[in-house]
Design a protein around this ligand. Structure first.
Ligand code: ATP
Length: 407
């Protein structure tokens, strides 16, 4: 039983064996699917394990969690659940059927069997399943063959029209796996790319985030540019202007959740004819994200001056740029400064060391600030005011505090 899973590390293997036995006892059929099967066949250790259950995956997940521990998260609406352990997670999905009533809109979903579930998937290499009880492979679309040939191929002609985000996914897999696009799949991309106009901004953003988090993210974007798809995602960008090493900094230095945002700013900075075009990006942006993009445009002149090698970095300049901005801006600035990064960090450290605050935490409490995080926040805001040259004495500091507290 389960030879297929012997590739996996001991812990995952043990959990999958227990899952298979429990499902069998309860009369459920359960399968490994999607990227998990693909990665195991490619001899790669999958990060997460995706399982499809014929039946209600929520009910099963609750029982499984009681037996195996871990932290259970359920998504009632989609009948899916995730169990997290410190080193990996298990995604449990109820097998489903999807019917697209019109192109580009979300499909109607109903419960189905494993064949229905494989039919709704994006590419042949992701449309395989392994029956967990006996390790038997289901490969109705020739996924193994395509894995051997190194091809990304859609399951049917209208796949991209039904869900144009699959075009972005194709580029991501090509870049990651170093595969080629099957010929007719390429033709369908050409026909379906216009449908990306109708895709919601949150779905486009999600796929862009996944691309940005890939080591080969730039390669994926360059593929999209070659297919004429990039204007639907990043209008006004010309990636031909940047070279391979561009991604190195981001891959090595930025592990942030917001890596995509910093990368987006860097791409526009480096390659857009008009920096303003960044505001044409139709992603579902939060206020903080909008603030970052606007900051980039509003500070273009100063940023250009700072990057010139003969301009000295003054702390005041830097502080003006960073005042009241989210931390992602500083991460972007560090990228932008390149060689001058070390000077920048030294300058900041020196300025912070030299600063003497005219008020202490105790003073703040005496002035009526309630104990708690507000004390630290006010001291840091006071530091900003001093660095900006707006406050230079204790009296001015007290006045400033009074106004802050009134507001
Ligand atoms: P990986 O394939 O490495 O897990 P991923 O993080 O993109 O990458 P998900 O987005 O979680 O994977 O998708 C998991 C599986 O769900 C895919 O292997 C694919 O079979 C299917 N899938 C995801 N998005 C789509 C889509 N838009 N259309 C069809 N199938 C999809």
């Amino acid at each position: 039983m389960l030879d297929f899973c012997n590739h996996l590390d001991e812990n995952k293997n043990r959990i999958l064996k227990q899952t298979a036995l429990l499902a069998d006892d309860l009369g459920y059929k359960i399968y490994l699917v999607g990227g998990t099967v693909r990665d195991i066949i490619l001899n790669k250790e999958p990060l997460d394990i995706d399982l499809v259950l014929e039946g209600n995956a929520l009910e099963f997940a609750r029982i499984l969690q009681r037996c195996l521990g871990g932290e259970l998260k359920t998504h009632e609406q989609f009948l899916t659940a995730t169990i997290n352990w410190p080193d990996f997670s298990l995604d449990l999905i109820s097998a489903r059927k999807e019917i697209y009533k019109s192109y580009g809109s979300l499909p109607e979903i109903s419960l189905g069997n494993i064949t229905d579930d494989l039919k709704r998937r994006d590419f042949t290499i992701n449309a395989m399943a392994v029956y967990l009880m006996d390790g038997k492979l289901l490969d109705p679309f020739g996924g193994i063959d395509d894995l051997k040939k190194g091809l990304v191929r859609i399951l049917h002609k209208n796949s991209f029209k039904e869900d144009p985000t699959r075009i972005l996914r194709a580029a991501r897999y090509l870049a990651r796996l170093k595969f080629k696009l099957e010929k007719s799949t390429y033709k369908e991309i050409k026909k379906a790319k216009v449908y990306l106009t109708d895709v919601s901004s949150s779905r486009k953003k999600n796929e862009f985030i996944k691309i940005a988090n890939e080591k080969g993210g730039l390669k994926a974007l360059k593929l999209l540019e070659g297919w004429g798809v990039l204007p639907y995602i990043l209008p006004g960008v010309k990636l031909k202007k940047i070279n391979k090493s561009f991604m190195d900094y981001f891959n090595v230095n930025i592990g942030l959740k917001e890596k995509w945002l910093i990368l987006l700013m860097a791409i526009y900075w480096q390659t857009a004819d008009q920096l303003q075009d960044i505001l044409k990006v139709r992603f579902d942006l939060t206020n903080k994200e909008k603030q970052c993009l606007e900051w980039l445009i509003n500070n273009k002149a100063l940023l250009l001056r700072l990057t010139k090698s003969d301009i000295k970095l003054s702390f005041l300049n830097i502080h003006r740029l960073l005042y009241n901005t989210p931390p992602e801006i500083e991460v972007f600035l560090l990228w932008l400064l390149g060689e001058k990064r070390k000077l920048y960090l030294k300058e900041i450290k020196m300025a912070r060391q030299q600063i003497k605050l005219p008020l202490s935490g105790k003073d703040l409490l005496e002035q009526g600030v309630p104990p708690g995080p507000m004390v630290g926040e006010l001291l840091s805001a006071l530091e900003d005011q001093i660095l900006l040259g707006k406050i230079s004495s204790r009296d001015e500091a007290l006045k400033w505090l009074e106004t802050r507290l009134e507001n």
